[in-house]
Design a protein around this ligand. Structure first.
Ligand code: DGY
Length: 322
């Protein structure tokens, strides 16, 4: 008899074809993220689960899943999964790092250029028919990237790739990480280690690349924004909850910092009622860090491979903990 796999959203057609060859699959349609009651009723007798960011897979969810062998998430982030509970229940957890590193670093860089050169702001000005002055000496002036200090919070795969991009743009790179890199690695990246406090007070741009955990939740808040340079920008392509969004809105309104480029939010999707949408010094993206054709296809491939391994009791290629 074929094993059963439940998907909380649709994956690429090629991935579904692969899955259908081996398993009986069912795909949730309707409200996203999937409501807990439906998720719990669906995973009762499945062997594998494919999920996406914001599908809450906690201990209560897993409690009902008696046969579940693997949770394979189509994402690098796994803050939506209680990985400790999974480990206790001997449920493998697979995720998709590496393949999305370049795409996500590119988006962080894109947000940074957009903010400093006011590209989206200019686009809005034209679309709203507000372009009046042509080539005015002080009009729509942005800032150079060259010689600016980029502070990277979290120098993992994505942070390091961003550093490489920044080096090519002649930026000064400083970073803070749980573990400091070796002097040789720091030298090759051209990145200087600083304390968290110094990153906050010295950077012209801060880009966030830490995972969302109980330690990092709201780590950037009113107290921190007050210590940043008034001319500085904040970029977040990691997870929205790492920033206290209400405090950020207030800091942007009070001009305590110069602007923000955000791909992730405390609660997604955000609506046009969100105060962030009213601010000109903010560039917003709908959580598209990994969203390129090539990257998303690779993520689907890894998601299926992780599932195939875990469902057979083996360690996924990219595995969390167990
Ligand atoms: C992930 O995979 O967790 C990222 O948020 C994608 O952008």
């Amino acid at each position: 008899m074929k094993k059963k796999v439940f998907l909380t959203r649709r994956l690429h057609d090629f991935a579904l074809k692969e899955l259908k060859k081996k398993y009986l699959i069912e795909i949730h349609s309707g409200k996203i993220p999937i409501p807990q009651t439906k998720l719990r009723s669906k995973i009762k007798d499945v062997d594998g689960l494919i999920c996406f960011p914001y599908d809450k897979i906690n201990s209560e969810t897993m409690e009902v899943a008696e046969k579940l062998k693997v949770i394979s998430t189509y994402s690098v982030g796994f803050d939506h999964i209680d990985t400790e509970s999974a480990k206790k229940r001997k449920i493998r957890v697979g995720y998709t790092p590496e393949v999305l590193t370049d795409a996500t670093a590119d988006l962080a860089f894109a947000l940074m250029i957009d903010l400093l050169r006011r590209v989206s702001e200019g686009d809005r000005i034209i679309r709203e028919n507000k372009w009046r002055v042509i080539y005015g000496a002080y009009d729509y002036v942005g800032a150079d990237l060259q010689n600016k200090t980029l502070g990277i919070l979290g120098l993992g795969r994505i942070g390091k790739t961003l550093a490489k991009r920044a080096k090519a743009f002649d930026m000064k790179i400083v970073y803070h990480n749980r573990n400091r890199l070796s002097p040789a690695k720091e030298k090759s990246l051209g990145a200087k280690y600083l304390s968290f406090e110094k990153i906050i007070s010295q950077s012209d741009i801060i880009s966030v690349h830490v995972p969302h955990t109980s330690q990092t939740e709201n780590m950037l808040n009113a107290k921190i924004f007050k210590k940043m340079k008034k001319s500085s920008f904040l970029i977040n392509t990691a997870r929205g909850k790492v920033i206290d969004e209400k405090d950020l809105i207030s800091a942007l309104k009070k001009k305590e910092i110069a602007g923000a480029g955000l791909d992730v939010f405390a609660n997604e999707p955000i609506s046009k009622e969100n105060q962030l949408t009213k601010l000109q010094n903010v560039v917003l993206a709908p959580h598209i860090g990994s969203s390129t054709k090539e990257t998303r296809a690779k993520m689907a491939e890894i998601t299926v491979r992780n599932l195939n391994l875990g469902i057979n009791g083996k360690k996924p290629i990219y595995s969390v903990g167990y």
